[in-house]
Write a protein that binds this ligand. Structure first.
Ligand code: EPU
Length: 344
């Protein structure tokens, strides 16, 4: 086991924040994961699980053991007439895995192409885009349960998947995801209902073309983290009451809105931010991207304090105009490596 000290995490978080971790280990197997967790216990260190770093806000110094998940491997498990199940290591790069499924004629994940991050993080916030959420194609999630101190399997029905949510978000310190088991279709059933996706796909209604169009749409408006460090959508699309929506619609008749099956109305946060004057606007080194106002970008060498100054200002302006408090999507950590609330 190779625990390193004073490690710079800038290359491992897509917002490119300067972050030094007191203790760090890269984990490539279940065995080393258990050794690392035991080490943390013996040395009274908190544990911070690092995956692709594409949904995290980290302070400059972290006193904790950062466990960087790097378990690789893809293996076929079972198949029936309609589907195949595959077990994938948490450390596989998400986008590469999606491309691989398409090349193997396995269908379902094409709408989720080009999402940054690793496979192990995909169930945590139930990543979703263009009308598909990953939970629909997950059979189960293999975890190490830190409370019961054993490996176990959690079936999708017990993961409580919903919009940007799962049990892994509710109880972030309990489970370490080691593998995800996907159930993918042998025959494509294209999901083309989102926005103008159907138009983009046109007559060539194949999974390969759908994947290509999704990649093109994302590239046309979402910044590449290598060029413009970011964490994807910075805020969740808020779900507001029907009464508030009816009230807002009197003034803003073109407000993009999506009535929800379980009640309430989902509103496009990007539109709210755009209308509040923040599209392409910066406060110091941090601003909202000029092609998609929902994405916060670190334009220079910002620290967490700079990032917070900008997103608090965005929240303030949106609240003043629309009476809606936007909730950040990325997870915020404190100097002890623990998750803290955005509301503190
Ligand atoms: N809009 C604006 N101005 C903007 C951005 C958006 O007016 O600057 C309007 C658009 O015109 C559209 C509406 O807002 O009417 C929705 O925009 P879009 O279709 O781009 O999607 P989104 O709601 O901004 C969500 C996800 C994305 C996902 C896309 C496509 C959330 C928080 N974000 O964005 O997810 O790729 O839909 O499904 O749900 C991510 O989570 O990192 C992410 C990129």
């Amino acid at each position: 086991m190779n625990i390193q000290n004073q490690i710079q995490l800038k290359p491992f978080n897509t917002l490119s924040l300067d972050v030094t971790a007191s203790h760090y280990i890269k984990v490539q197997s279940n065995e080393v994961l258990v050794e690392a967790l035991n080490y943390a216990k013996q040395h009274a260190l908190n544990v911070l699980i690092l995956s692709g770093g594409s949904n995290m806000l980290l302070p400059e110094q972290i006193h904790a053991l950062v466990i960087h998940m790097d378990i690789q491997g893809i293996e076929y498990l079972t198949e029936d007439e309609h589907s195949k199940t595959i077990r994938v290591g948490a450390g596989q790069i998400w986008h590469d895995f999606v491309l691989w499924t398409t090349s193997q004629h396995l269908y379902g994940l094409q709408n989720l192409a080009l999402i940054p991050g690793l496979v192990g993080a995909s169930p945590v916030q139930n990543i979703g885009a263009y009308g598909v959420e990953v939970g629909e194609f997950i059979e189960s999630v293999q975890v190490y349960d830190r409370q019961l101190e054993k490996f176990s399997t959690i079936f999708a029905k017990d993961c409580d998947f919903s919009y940007r949510h799962s049990i892994f978000k509710d109880d972030p310190n309990r489970f370490v995801i080691t593998h995800v088991i996907f159930k993918l279709l042998k025959h494509a059933d294209l999901m083309l209902n989102y926005g103008d996706l159907k138009q983009a796909v046109g007559d060539e209604q194949t999974a390969e073309n759908l994947q290509k169009q999704v990649i093109e749409i994302r590239q046309s408006k979402l910044p590449d983290p290598k060029e413009y460090p970011n964490v994807g959508s910075f805020f969740k699309n808020p779900i507001i009451t029907e009464q508030l929506y009816d009230h807002l619609a009197l003034t803003f008749s073109n407000l993009p809105h999506y009535p929800q099956a379980k009640g309430g109305v989902k509103i496009a946060a990007g539109w709210l931010i755009d209308q509040s004057g923040w599209k392409g606007k910066q406060l110091g080194m941090v601003g909202m991207f000029h092609k998609q106002a929902l994405v916060l970008v670190n334009y220079d060498k910002a620290t967490l304090v700079d990032v917070q100054a900008t997103y608090h200002a965005v929240q303030h302006d949106v609240y003043q105009k629309f009476n809606i408090l936007l909730e950040p999507e990325p997870v915020l950590f404190n100097e002890s490596g623990l998750i803290r609330s955005h509301l503190e």
